[in-house]
Design a protein around this ligand. Sequence first.
Ligand code: AVI
Length: 320
Amino acid sequence: TASRRIGMPAPGPDRDTEFLKDVLDGLGQAVKALPAKHFYDQRGSRLFDRICELEEYYPTRTETAILARYAGDIAGKAGRGVTLLELGSGSSVKVRLLLDVLDEPAAYIPVDISGAHLEASAARLAADYPEISVKPIHADYTRPFPLAVKGGAERTLAFFPGSTIGNFSPEEARAFLARLGRQLGGGGRLLIGVDLKKDIGRLEAAYNDAAGVTAAFNLNLLERINRELDGTFDLAAFAHRAFYDRDLGRIEMHLESLKPQTVLVAGAPFRFQAGETIHTEVSHKYTVEEFRDLAADAGWRADETWTDGDHLFSVHLLTF
Ligand code: AVI
């Protein structure tokens, strides 16, 4: 397989058990919620790739434009022979903008929870960049995972694009950044994409696209439960909801039960009222200052921040 050719070393996270546990716990709470990381099975990862191409979903193309425009600056600051560690590498598209300009990168280490997607993307990247050593790690990067980077912290550049940091609460984001810093060590660097606060209409449109791709992405979580955990969700009896909460500075995604119903998961019954929701995702938005303060609280110094002309999105280079 592709993984063996490019030498995938680490066994994947024990996802089946974890998925079942998270679903039983999450649906058993008084306010039902599921962790957003379980969106990304193979179908979910594909749907997410389609979201990234939507007219309404400005973050991907805006961040890509920022990276394309400032890649030379970023490469200059990163220096020679860095190992690039990408957290949640997905299809490994944006990283190419960096690999194209970095000065003799030592290695590229993509980390992703979706094993099959990781394998295929890493194989494609390895074929396109034969001079770069590609060492994928199949892991849930929200938990500690084994990482041995040659050349020390100063030669490591972590890359966490897409504003995925927004899918953590601010407290989780702080804890995650502090742990990543400790994992890399003093002098380690992080290039991170963060979606900015902006008018509500623009934000809500990005999560309620006309073609219904985001709705399909959200509902795929229920399909996944049906497929993998013997669930009995009737997809027509749940609806996608996404809205911006100004006080909390975040988009919330939910799946709303359209009628009173009972659903079974692995034999366990879960009762839904009409209008009751499963909270499936938060997507926090920050100002540049808010994010720099959060990163500083986690021990990171902001070296540089780049944004687009419309101030939709930001890319920060931080040092631990
Ligand atoms: C991956 N993450 C940054 C996306 C976001 O915008 O929060 C996930 C997403 N959910 C709905 N659309 C996109």
